[in-house]
Design a protein around this ligand. Sequence first.
Ligand SMILES: CC(C)(COP(=O)(O)OP(=O)(O)OC[C@H]1O[C@@H](n2cnc3c(N)ncnc32)[C@H](O)[C@@H]1OP(=O)(O)O)[C@@H](O)C(=O)NCCC(=O)NCCS
Length: 195
Amino acid sequence: MRGSSDVARLSVAGPVEGPATLRTGESVTVRRLRPDDRDGLRRFVAGISEESLTRRFFGAVRPERVVESLGAAAGDPDGLSLVLESRTLEGLRLVALGEYRRDGTGAPGAETAFLVGEAYHGQGCATVLLERMARSAVARGIRFFHAVVLAENYAMVEVFRGCGFPLEERWGTDALHFRIYLPEPVGPRAALVLA
Ligand SMILES: CC(C)(COP(=O)(O)OP(=O)(O)OC[C@H]1O[C@@H](n2cnc3c(N)ncnc32)[C@H](O)[C@@H]1OP(=O)(O)O)[C@@H](O)C(=O)NCCC(=O)NCCS
């Protein structure tokens, strides 16, 4: 298992929603995806390249189908969909999205996935989202995240390998299967801010 002796780079103590700072110094807001985000979500997905959509959904997908699927998943009580929102000259814009869905009510694991706007790659968005989702998951008693990552998706691999949480990796046919073990809750659960 990798990372088990590392000091976790990410902290599960702290709020799930609220402000965050990207590597560029830009301030963004982390918040839960809302039903009234449909137009914002449509605009966000319209700016995502075909390659990125393929990496996220493992095949060709229509943007409208992506919007529907991301929107529907946000209503799952056993999951969480978080967005990063940026303040631009044209108003607030969704720039990244991270999700986890528990494997079943009370299950120890949850599948996680990310989609970051092209202009925001490499600025720490996925790392921020992973940390915030980990906070929520730990507070809900989830013990690990899992994800399937295409072999050529170096950025996603780096996010997981660099997070500092203990992780297991195993090869599937053309993809890496990650399991990321979350830390025990810090302090009383009630002190954690649930999303
Ligand atoms: C994968 C993805 C979510 C990463 O998001 P991101 O916000 O750019 O990630 P971060 O900025 O937090 O971290 C990216 C890391 O990968 C590294 N990286 C980026 N491109 C890389 C490359 N081609 N090779 C190696 N490392 C790379 C960065 O240096 C950074 O590592 P660091 O934290 O050690 O500096 C984003 O690229 C994306 O949305 N891709 C399309 C959808 C997708 O692949 N989803 C994942 C499916 S589970």
